[in-house]
Design a protein around this ligand. Structure first.
Ligand code: ZN
Length: 64
């Protein structure tokens, strides 16, 4: 995975949705570090494989 941190001047935090393939576990994370930590924690506990999906930065208008 390539790091792409030189985009623009703002240090925006990327948001991720961490999903588990082994169960219904699903968690939103603030930044890549958080997503990695969530994934590592869950995998250590359950042995499940997780995927982190990058979310679009702005979701304020979306209200479901
Ligand atoms: Zn799981």
């Amino acid at each position: 995975m390539a790091t792409n941190e030189t985009a623009a001047g703002s240090r925006e935090r990327k948001r991720f949705l961490v999903e588990c393939n082994g169960c219904g576990y699903e968690r939103s994370a603030d930044g890549r570090d958080e997503a990695t930590r969530i994934g590592t924690d869950h995998r250590r506990e359950t042995g499940h494989e997780l995927v982190a999906i990058e979310l679009p930065p702005m979701t304020e208008t979306e209200h479901s």
